[in-house]
Write a new protein. Sequence first.
Length: 476
Amino acid sequence: MFYTSDGEPIFHVAIKTGLTLNFARGEFHVANHRMGRSSFIGPGPKGTEYAADGRTDRFWSCSRRESVWVVTVGQAFRPSTGQYQPMSKFDVIIIGAGAAGLMCAAEANKRGRRVLVLERAAKVAQKIRISGGGRANFTNLYATADDYLSDNPRFCVSALSRYTQHDFIQLVERHGVAWHERKHGQLFCDGSAQQIIDLLLAEAGGVTIQTGVNVSGVVRGAGQFAVETDRGTFAGDALVVATGGPSIPRMGASRFGYDIARQFGLNVIEPRPGLVPLTFDADTLAKIEGLSGVSLDATVTLGKVRFTEALLFTHRGLSGPAILQISSYWRDGDAIMIDLLPGADLFAHLKNTRTTEPKVEMQTALARLIPKRLAQRLVVWADCGGRLADTSDKSLRRLADQVNAWRVTPNGSEGNRTAEVTVGGVDTKALSSKTMETAAVPGLYFIGEAVDVTGHLGGFNFQWAWSSGHASGQAV
């Protein structure tokens, strides 16, 4: 077995199938092995056989117990020198160099922790780079816990209150990044999103960051974690999973964080796309054919939830901020109610216009209030063309209902390909709201989008990344 400097054995893994040992040049080499289900074996006697994988010059100690090879990942023994050589060891290993992962790294770094960040993508912080049209909608001036979805709605309160949007704004200003506010309290860089990435990297100065790394597995034993990668094995006292969710896979997104959670017995709230355009079936698409590109302010309602923002017709259905917001609440089969003229009673308006301008065509009267192409289509839907003077109250009501209370049932969404976030994730019931650490597995943390906390559109999800990253970085 391999031993730490104080003589304690670390990381015992049972490989039940496919292990082949070859003896060459005085050393045993592992070849063509296939990992079975891994489990913690516990301390055992020091082994006498040693094996290397031939690629990373990393050695494993092997012994045999009842037809199972016991392989211990830890210090590396070199038969040629008769010496043990420690594998790469850190205080904290963070999987994922996105917003939450970098924030955690920066905070842990300030506390003098030796930190390693492993990122699958070729560059760090890909979602920051593309957010806000390249200007990074980095937080929201009015962020509160009410702006987040979760099976445990109060979970986010602690982290959000201990590291607020105002704290992050101070950090941005300390680094000299100019910013501006847009509608609904959304804050953007005056310059580039790269400025946010640069300030995070500056705050994490001294942290080891490796990009383009594929993590193949995680093992825990003797109070430490071993992270297996295509660049070797790294050991850490604490492991922070900041892998995000499966939204926008071209940015390197995956479900790997959920796999780690399940490996350690944690529940995962079934993930689904959030902040995503909704799609229609063929019949509904035929009704809106030719409206792609039409945009207007609308109120979209689902149950007790409603949003009033811009709505956009697309060639597949509906998009725009109002639709993206409601999509995080939408489930298959749900109907949504859309008011295409929020704040106005179209029936009352048309009755009044019929009195004052009886010769006006219905389409003309409606086009004064909403885009012309949409007005034309709505008049067709309601079958009430012609002059207002010739239109009955019943017809006016039919048209008004199409405008003020359009009820439609999407048949799906555009999925993770275009979703800005993931709804669902690691069940917060397993985590400390103060530190993000799992109760069942000391030293294991989940932060950011990997957790079942999802913000509204407008900088809220980045604020959760900063707040949860800060909480874990203060604890690891």
